[in-house]
Design a protein. Structure first.
Length: 250
């Protein structure tokens, strides 16, 4: 068990990628804080982990609210006695063109996708530092943070920010033995904000299949385990190799 006696927060753990990470971490021995704003989804994941012999608890939290983030970190430490791992997974997409998006929609996407990982990292790191045992943080970016798109103007901008947030966090938290990295997925499971998984989802990558949540969960597990001890401030593409392909190349 690679995460025995450790405590992990997974945000957006009620569905898809976060759900799979929460379940995999629990299988590896971690006690998991299943953080989501949707109670039914979060409780379903929590119940499944506990029924399988793991340890999990639901924490309802809208990650766009700083006070709810503080309360969540405090509650996790109070309930489990420590905090070792933070997965900043939650995101929403605007799917909007520049001329269609309102400032309120832009602000909401940035609050959830970029400000929330910063704030969660801040309060989680404070808890790790106070306990003097270090920790690991994994942020979830996207290939949308590397490339422009014809829609999702706010999401693509915020996801680019997540990559450099990762680098600065890695530098600023290194003195406290907190390793920070990020994963860069492309087309994993259902699209962001959607329930349905379409196995026929069109993909262009070197593996000729859409990614599945377990593909990303395994990469997250690697980045929070001791096996990645020498890896900090980096981005790990989990995209079937699609970012390696130049459009129009041969
Ligand atoms: N699905 C993909 O193909 C894909 C591709 C690239 C990147 N990603 C990234 O992977 C991560 C997970 O994506 P996903 O597709 O699993 O997402 P999802 O939409 O399936 O699940 C997100 C979860 O977050 C919860 N949530 C939404 N807003 C919240 C808020 N304000 N506070 C708390 N919880 C909230 C939802 O209830 C849901 O359970 C995201 O960071 C996303 O950008 C996903």
């Amino acid at each position: 068990m690679r995460l025995a006696n450790q405590v992990a927060i997974v945000t957006g753990a009620g569905r898809n990628i976060g759900e799979e990470a929460a379940k995999l971490f629990a299988q590896e021995g971690a006690a998991v804080a299943v953080v989501d704003m949707d109670k039914v989804r979060a409780d379903t994941v929590t119940d499944a982990i506990n029924a399988a012999g793991g340890k999990a608890k639901t924490y309802l939290c809208d990650v766009s609210d700083e006070n709810q983030i503080i309360a969540t970190v405090d509650a996790v430490v109070a309930d489990f006695g420590r905090l070792d791992i933070l997965i900043n997974n939650v995101a929403i997409s605007d799917n909007k063109h520049l001329f269609d998006i309102t400032k309120a929609e832009w602000d909401r996407v940035f609050a959830v996708c970029l400000t929330a990982p910063m704030l969660f990292s801040k309060y989680a790191a404070k808890a790790m530092i106070a306990a003097k045992h270090g920790g690991k943080i994994v942020n979830v970016s996207s290939t949308s943070g590397h490339y422009g798109r014809g829609r999702a103007i706010a999401y693509t901008s915020a996801k680019a920010g997540v990559i450099n947030l990762t680098r600065s966090l890695a530098i600023q938290l290194a003195p406290y033995d907190i390793r920070v990295n990020c994963v860069v997925p492309n087309k994993i499971g259902s699209p962001v904000g959607k329930d349905e998984f379409n196995p026929d989802r069109k993909v262009l990558n070197l593996r000729n299949r859409p990614g599945e949540p377990i593909d990303l969960a395994r990469a997250m597990l690697f980045l929070v385990s001791d096996e990645s001890d020498f890896i900090a401030g980096t981005e790990l593409f989990v995209d079937g190799g699609c970012a390696a392909m130049m459009p129009g190349g041969d």
